[in-house]
Structure formats: C-alpha cells, structure tokens
Write a protein that binds this ligand. Structure first.
Ligand SMILES: [Zn+2]
Length: 107
C-alpha cells in the first residue's frame, strides 16, 4: 500500500473517471466484500460494511474507493481471491480537506 498526497489521489481517481460515478447502490458483487477488512492509510484496519462510504466502484469487479466514516483517509482497494475473498489496499490518501471541497463543487 502506498500513501499519496490528496491531489495525486484525486488526479488518479479522475483518470479512472471515478468522480463521475455517482451511483453508489450496492450490487451483489459489492456485498460479497462486506465484512472484509482492508488496511487503511491511518494505520488501522477497517471493515467494509454498509456503513462504509463508497466513493467509487468498478462495475462487476472488486475495486472500490472506500472511506470510513470515522477516518479521513480514502483508500483505493482491489478485491483479491476467487473462493476466499479479500481486499488489498493499493493507494491511500488523507483526502478530508479535498473531499469536502470536491463535494461542495459537485453538488
Ligand atoms: Zn483509516
């Protein structure tokens, strides 16, 4: 897992067209990952659940940008495994300030 600057993280998301995806309805594939832990840039592990904020997800595959309610870090995680699923954090970034700003500009 690599911790990157918020600006860099958001640029990366934009490249994936992540910020366009406003539909955050959980599909069945997403639910498969509920209960799995992922390593966060804050140093803790968080559990992916209904309460986790999903900023983006890739349709029909396990890749998400997750933000825990009680944490300032957003994490780009990819699903691993076929029979035993897990979540692997690829990038993590403290995005709180930028995210608030982005939300304001994208209402
Ligand atoms: Zn965290």
């Amino acid at each position: 897992m690599k911790i990157i600057e918020a600006e860099e993280f958001i640029e990366y998301l934009e490249r994936l067209s992540i910020l366009e995806a406003k539909n955050s309805d959980a599909d069945s594939r997403t639910k498969d990952f509920f209960g799995k832990k992922y390593i966060c840039g804050c140093g803790k592990k968080h559990i992916f659940s209904e309460k986790t904020g999903i900023l983006w997800r890739r349709k029909l595959s396990g890749a998400f940008v997750l933000i825990d309610k009680n944490c300032d870090f957003a994490n780009y995680v990819e699903g691993t495994g076929i029979f035993k699923l897990g979540l692997k954090t690829v990038y993590s970034s403290n995005v709180k300030k930028s995210y608030e700003l982005w939300k304001k500009n994208n209402k």
